[in-house]
Design a protein around this ligand. Structure first.
Ligand code: DX5
Ligand code: ZN
Length: 217
């Protein structure tokens, strides 16, 4: 069963409670929370206090995508805010292994993400220690960008690594996913789908239902 993790970067921030409740009731299993620091990426989004507020609205699994430099500094802060998984960027960590272990020690699942120009090969030494790889299919920083097709081959490479070193691995794809390309990324090996604008533009419930139809049909 493939997982849908809608990105709340595209939620209506004037109506977070209303729309997060709709999303929960529509059946989205995970909530993808994009944290940006204005340094690792040019944009700034939201941080722990906002995540803590959303935690009060839903019991869904919180998959927090940290687009921040040296995320090891904030592991406990995000744990306290209600995160159940922290995904850090390979490019943002001085000591990735220490960061992975700090997240595990705090009792959360751990993901490692690579930007479009980072090759999958850098992950080989880490794949057996982590729960998820996130393949970015846009340059991180903004919602609503166009899917970069090179991601398809990278997902296949991650899938091959997973078969060799970690069969339980979640393979997540994030950026520009729509109802038109979601089947392609699943066929390549992705099993956790992030979608922001394609879920929140229009009717949330009907969008979630349509995603599940295509993803698990
Ligand atoms: C981009 C974020 C994504 C983004 C996805 O840096 O990591 O999660 O919100 O949005 P869409 O699906 O609109 O590309
Ligand atoms: Zn994201």
């Amino acid at each position: 069963m493939n997982i849908l993790s809608p990105s709340l970067l595209s939620i209506d921030f004037n109506n977070i409670e209303r729309d997060a409740t709709i999303l929960d009731k529509a059946g989205a299993q995970w909530f993808h929370l994009d944290v940006m620091d204005g340094t690792f990426v040019p944009n700034i989004s939201f941080g722990p206090p906002v995540i803590k507020s959303i935690r009060k609205i839903t019991d869904r699994f919180f998959d927090v995508h940290l687009m921040i430099v040296e995320p090891i500094r904030y592991v406990d802060v995000f744990k306290d805010a209600g995160a159940q998984m922290l995904t850090v960027h390979y490019e943002a960590c001085e000591d990735l292994e220490a960061t992975i272990y700090a997240i595990k020690k705090a009792g959360m699942k751990v993901g490692v993400s690579i930007k479009p120009n980072t090759p999958v090969t850098v992950l080989k030494d880490y794949i057996s220690m982590i729960d998820m790889v996130l393949v970015m299919s846009v340059e991180p920083g903004f919602g609503g960008q166009k899917f970069m097709p090179d991601a398809i081959d990278k997902i296949k490479q991650v899938k091959a690594l997973s078969e060799e070193y970690n069969k339980e691995l979640y393979i997540q794809v994030d950026g520009g996913i729509t109802l038109d390309n979601v089947k392609t990324v699943i066929d390549a090996g992705a099993n956790v789908i992030v979608a922001g604008s394609a879920v929140f533009n229009g009717d949330i419930t009907s969008n979630v239902n349509k995603f599940y139809e295509v993803m698990n049909g």
